[in-house]
Write a protein that binds this ligand. Structure first.
Ligand SMILES: Nc1nc2c(c(=O)[nH]1)N[C@H]1C(S)=C(S)[C@@H](COP(=O)(O)O)O[C@H]1N2
Ligand SMILES: [Mo]
Length: 198
């Protein structure tokens, strides 16, 4: 894994600006999973997007790979207090994903994962270049431990919102708690406001 040399002069100040309250910066990439890592062969992989009216739109791997992809460099922040600066991803933005949909999205999204994990995110936090479905990390296909083949990437919220092994995105008219949110994590999870637990 490449480590970006940020230079020494001014490094501490820049990092302090970028570190949300109560976080420390790390260079390694911890793995945090509530469930065993699923085995997902690409020829079996599907992503289904489900409207609030229960219409469904499914993509196989070739269709997903055919959507426009963007490079993203971003800081990520886990509620267990590690932050990692300048992580490099590639993936499909929600803006491009929504443009390909045959129905209107709903106001909230529940991400459902292979393995059963779920997490809720407002649609407003996924559009306008704020959310992606990432399939590449550091120039390599996203490894299973970190959510490959495809995970959610919503870097401005605590990283539990960035669901690994995404299988289904379900639009909902109202905000509904996911796996950790039902267990006391904050419904929204803004690291800058330290919205860890509710
Ligand atoms: N499917 C699934 N996605 C998940 C999790 C999980 O347990 N299962 N954990 C979340 C949490 S709490 C964090 S901090 C990040 C960890 O991602 P990483 O293992 O790639 O560091 O994934 C999030 N996405
Ligand atoms: Mo986390």
């Amino acid at each position: 894994m490449a480590i970006v040399n940020r230079g020494f002069v001014g490094r501490r100040d820049r990092q302090a600006d970028r570190l949300p309250p109560g976080q420390y910066s790390t260079v390694d990439f911890p793995v945090l999973s509530a469930e065993p890592t699923p085995v997902l062969p690409l020829d079996k992989w599907r992503l289904t997007i489900q409207s609030a009216e229960h219409r469904a739109h499914s993509l196989d791997w070739a269709q997903f790979s055919g959507l426009p992809h963007q490079d993203i460099t971003t800081d990520i922040h886990c509620v267990t207090r590690w932050s990692k600066f300048d992580t490099r991803w590639r993936g499909v933005s929600f803006d491009d994903l929504l443009a390909s949909l045959p129905f209107e999205p709903g106001a909230f999204v529940m991400a459902h994962c292979y393995g059963g994990y779920t997490t809720n995110v407002p649609l407003a936090d996924l559009v306008d270049g704020q959310g992606w479905l990432a399939d590449t990390f550091d120039g390599e296909p996203l490894v299973p431990e970190h959510g490959g083949p495809v995970r959610l990437l919503v870097p401005h919220l605590y990283f539990w919102k960035s669901a690994k092994w995404v299988r289904r995105l379900r639009f909902m008219p109202a905000d509904t708690p996911g796996f950790w949110e039902e267990r006391g994590y904050h419904m929204y999870g803004d690291p800058w406001r330290e919205q860890r637990y509710s």
